[in-house]
Write a protein that binds this ligand. Structure first.
Ligand code: HEC
Ligand code: HEC
Ligand code: HEC
Ligand code: HEC
Ligand code: HEC
Ligand code: HEC
Ligand code: HEC
Length: 256
């Protein structure tokens, strides 16, 4: 199998630029249409404090508290940008079905994060539409960084995943150092066209970090071992090769 690394890398980085451009475009929208609560008016975030002090207290530290809307819309942006207008909710003293709870439906998030509706519709996705997972399982709406554990420490962002996927936590006798860079170095957490929500469907997933060299025409070396006859057999993690891709108790080469 011949490799053409440079053009491929160029293509990949182009894709990255494009994706970033799109996501910035949607995230920096300032004029928003909050979820609709028929007949209700906007009251402003201060009005929530008397009954939901726990949610308002640390809201200033939240990624979403930095949202600003233009002009007369300004008061609307805050709690009600996700929960919808609250006048009926407040005057009824918090009666059932008077306010939007995004735990029950991601629609409130999709209005600003339009691209996520697409990601969760891809063939392989976290079962959000199916109601088994919600945006809030992985994201903090009310406090601090919206990506849990994001920013300073990727290792702790993996804690979010371990809540539900305990098998990948280890400890392993033979760790795969790739996991230190976060689950998202191999998985697209929202959804992907590839099985297991992988970011790549073939050996490119692994060759991002493991350099492939050709010592003689057609002779392929990866990680110091000849792989010439192995690559055509399937992906690196199937066909009896590196099946213990998250870490192994018995094999340094992550075979089982
Ligand atoms: C007069 C008191 C009061 C005020 C003011 C108030 N709420 Fe509530 N709210 C309640 C009560 C009571 C409940 C139901 C019990 C609970 O979940 O705490 C509730 C529940 C909720 C729920 C959960 C609803 C569900 O279906 O699960 C959300 C979301 C909510 N409030 C948001 C807000 C927002 C946003 C504001 C400000 C714009 C606000 N509330 C102002 C009393 C209030
Ligand atoms: C980025 C969107 C977003 C913003 C902004 C937001 N919330 Fe929420 N809120 C959510 C989500 C998602 C849930 C459901 C998950 C949860 O309970 O944490 C929720 C749940 C709630 C609940 C119900 C909690 C329960 O126990 O069922 C209340 C009350 C609430 N929010 C109040 C507020 C208040 C008050 C503010 C402003 C200070 C606010 N929210 C701002 C997204 C948001
Ligand atoms: C009113 C529009 C709006 C709504 C509704 C909204 N968001 Fe956001 N969200 C934004 C904007 C704008 C940013 C970028 C904020 C920044 O970087 O300062 C953002 C940022 C984020 C981030 C990324 C933070 C980071 O580290 O880059 C996550 C995750 C997120 N939102 C999740 C959600 C979820 C989950 C919901 C629904 C519960 C939601 N958002 C609802 C506008 C919105
Ligand atoms: C299974 C966990 C999980 C669920 C469920 C989830 N996310 Fe995320 N999300 C992540 C992780 C992890 C990241 C950080 C990805 C990275 O840094 O590469 C992220 C990043 C983001 C970002 C910022 C970067 C970007 O891709 O734009 C936004 C916005 C976002 N998520 C919105 C949402 C919304 C809206 C929902 C629900 C419709 C949702 N997420 C559900 C795990 C999840
Ligand atoms: C709230 C629980 C929950 C959280 C948190 C969570 N997941 Fe999941 N995950 C699920 C469920 C449920 C499925 C679907 C499993 C199934 O269909 O058998 C799934 C499926 C997957 C799959 C595909 C498995 C398969 O068999 O195709 C991968 C990969 C995955 N999750 C990775 C992650 C990563 C990475 C994170 C952290 C960013 C994460 N998950 C966070 C619940 C969760
Ligand atoms: C080096 C790349 C890589 C990293 C990093 C990675 N995974 Fe995976 N993961 C894979 C591959 C490849 C598969 C498919 C294995 C298969 O189909 O046999 C997979 C499969 C899965 C599955 C499906 C069940 C299984 O084991 O086959 C889950 C769940 C999962 N990963 C969760 C995670 C979580 C959680 C993290 C972070 C702690 C993570 N992965 C980090 C490559 C990775
Ligand atoms: C995010 C970067 C990254 C990705 C992606 C990645 N790896 Fe790794 N892998 C590492 C690092 C770092 C090491 C430890 C240093 C080394 O041996 O190169 C390692 C070690 C290994 C080892 C052990 C080598 C030995 O003999 O000690 C195997 C086998 C391996 N990786 C297979 C895979 C496979 C298969 C994939 C694709 C599913 C993959 N890796 C994807 C970073 C990565």
């Amino acid at each position: 199998m011949k490799t053409k690394r440079p053009p491929l890398l160029a293509l990949l980085s182009m894709a990255v630029v494009l994706v970033t451009a799109i996501s910035c475009g949607t995230a920096s929208r300032t004029v928003v249409v909050p979820p609709e609560v028929p007949g209700a008016k906007f009251m402003g975030s201060e009005s929530c404090a008397q009954c939901h002090a726990d949610k308002t207290k640390h809201f200033a530290s939240s990624d979403h508290a930095r949202l600003k809307a233009l002009g007369e819309n300004a008061a609307n942006v805050g709690c009600e940008s996700c929960h919808g207008a609250a006048s009926i909710h407040i005057s009824s003293g918090g009666a059932a079905r008077t306010i939007v709870n995004p735990r029950k439906s991601p629609e409130a998030c999709y209005q600003c994060h339009v691209d996520k509706r697409g990601s969760f519709s891809l063939t392989h996705h976290h079962p959000l539409i199916e109601g088994k997972v919600s945006c809030a399982d992985c994201h903090n709406p009310h406090e601090g960084r919206a990506v849990k554990g994001g920013g300073t420490s990727l290792a702790s962002s993996d804690e979010t995943c371990f809540k539900c996927h305990t098998a990948q936590r280890g400890p392993f006798v033979f760790e795969h150092e790739a996991l230190r860079e976060g689950c998202q170095s191999c998985h697209s957490p929202h959804g992907s066209v590839n099985q297991r929500m992988l970011t790549e469907r073939n050996q490119l997933l692994c060759l991002k970090c493991h350099f492939q060299t050709q010592t003689a025409p057609g002779k392929i070396i990866i990680g110091g071992h000849e792989h010439t006859d192995d690559l055509p057999r399937g992906t690196c993690w199937s066909s009896g090769c590196h099946e213990a891709v998250h870490g192994s108790q018995i094999n340094r080469s992550l075979r089982f």
